[in-house]
Design a binder for this molecule. Sequence first.
Ligand code: FE
Length: 213
Amino acid sequence: MNKSTFHQLSYGVYVISTWDKGRATGCTANSAMQITSEPATVAISINHDNYTNQCIRESGRFAISILGEKSDPGIIGVFGFKSGRDHNKFDEVDMLEKSYMPVVADACAYIVCEVADKMETSTHTVFLGKVVDADILKTDDAMTYAYYHNVIKGKSPKNAPTYIAEENPAAEGARYVCGVCGYIYDGEASFDELPDTYTCPVCRQPKSVFTRK
Ligand code: FE
């Protein structure tokens, strides 16, 4: 099986959020799809290991924040490469409350759902959501997964449905690779000329986690 075939499916970049007993939490996801329009129903796929999975089961509700091309790519890192078990992710990312659910303020649109059903796979839960609210937050093009890969040069977190183990080794010709999220620095300036305060644009980890390849 050629797993790169799956990159030919279209995906977006989303933050799936919910409440953890009154504390907002969430994770980055790229699998969300509309199932029906009347009644409005969507589906998301969340890894069993993601803390958000357990929180959605308990709260029975989730929100999808649709990231745009102008959204801060650091949001992807905060929600994708840290666990909500021990991080208050929304401390680092501005939040709005929409229909009583936490939503990423810098997203271009959001959808709030009640869990209508769920299906287990070997690694992920597919949550079917009845849409209770949805709106556009700002004029922007939704970020596609291709844009994330090609323009932001981000990688898939290990728990993402689109994660492919083979993609983690640094791309050929890469010079500096983030050890946390796999972001490849290939900017104009020599990496050594960057200030020591440089942080990974995807996961916000310091320059020291980068290694030369
Ligand atoms: Fe990184």
